[in-house]
Design a protein around this ligand. Structure first.
Ligand code: G1P
Length: 299
């Protein structure tokens, strides 16, 4: 069985759900507590033992590449100011992992973005992480998937249960239980089914472990939902070709590309923060007791 060494992270999207914040800043650079959302994704990849990341980028996304680069000028200034540990922390980010960038020249869909990585990935299984989906968990979500891959040796999509009236927002999987905990054999999948047309509540979240055959299938995939080349459509073909598992991961997922999901992520990540967790909890407890919040009028 081939080892999983590479992860693809598409970051080419325009971030229209977050305008005006994302007019001049990539949505992946929006901050959650003290680091950009993309850093949480990269840290998950690193903690899962991956060696190389492929960013699929587009125009205006250079801030992401710069964030993970070594900044000589900043390093020198921090040393002069005796801020050694902050300098080390920044260098750790740039040393985390090897990063390769590939441009997606036209916004033809998620499936097309992943297909752009075919030459860098080659003939190996690999991970895909979508930057909007943050997962807080004991064992990193990708690591859970790699552990399962070592048992089943096939592609895996991470899923979570969603209310039936929200299935139209996701790729939805129909599958049958296996003898393994949290693991289903995929039978069907459909990208964003029209309301009322799906009988399953198993929604794909942005974590995939894929066999390299997916690239040939993506190359043959015609535009689907929304006129875009959909990853889900190629995954259905891949599951028919060699089988696929859906895995109900252990952890909490946040849709950080949605304003409310982003706020929930900030609150939960702040509560778990080493230095800020305790004082932030105190503050939340205070406002939850009905104390007045400065600047807000009570109804
Ligand atoms: C993408 C996928 C979809 C998946 C979702 C998870 O959709 O196409 O299958 O359920 O991510 O976040 P998007 O949210 O980019 O429209």
């Amino acid at each position: 069985m081939k080892a999983i060494k590479k992860a693809v992270i598409p970051v080419a999207g325009l971030g229209t759900r977050f305008l005006p914040a994302t007019k001049a800043i990539p949505k992946e650079m929006l901050t959650i507590v003290d680091r950009p959302t993309i850093q949480y994704i990269v840290e998950e990849v690193v903690a899962s033992g991956i060696e190389e990341i492929v960013f699929i980028t587009s125009e205006g996304k250079s801030a992401i590449e710069n964030h993970f680069d070594y900044d000589f000028r900043l390093d020198t200034v921090l040393k002069e100011k005796n801020k050694v540990s902050l300098g080390e922390e920044l260098n750790n980010i740039s040393n985390l992992i090897d990063i390769v960038s590939v441009r997606q020249k036209k916004p033809l869909g998620l499936g097309h973005a992943i297909w752009m990585a075919r030459n860098v990935i080659g003939d190996e299984p690999f991970l895909v992480l979508l930057g909007d989906d943050l997962v807080m968990s004991g064992v990193p979500c990708c690591k859970q998937m790699i552990d399962l891959y070592h048992q089943v040796g096939e592609s895996i999509v991470a899923i979570q249960r969603v209310p039936m009236d929200q299935t139209y927002q996701y790729g939805i999987v129909e599958g049958v239980e296996t003898e393994r905990e949290r693991t289903f054999k995929v039978k069907r999948m459909v990208e964003k089914p029209a309301p009322g047309t799906s009988h399953s509540d198993m929604a794909i979240i942005g974590r995939y472990l894929l066999m390299p055959e997916v690239f040939d299938l993506l190359g043959k995939t015609t535009p689907g939902h929304g006129g875009e080349i959909q990853l889900t459509d190629a995954l259905l073909a891949l599951s028919n070709l060699r089988g696929m598992y859906a895995y109900e991961f252990d952890g909490q997922r946040y849709d950080a590309g949605d304003k409310l999901g982003y706020l929930k992520a900030i609150v939960d990540f702040a509560l778990h923060h080493r230095d800020l967790g305790a004082p932030f909890r105190e503050y939340l407890e205070m406002i939850c007791q009905g104390c007045e919040i400065p600047g807000l009028e009570k109804e």
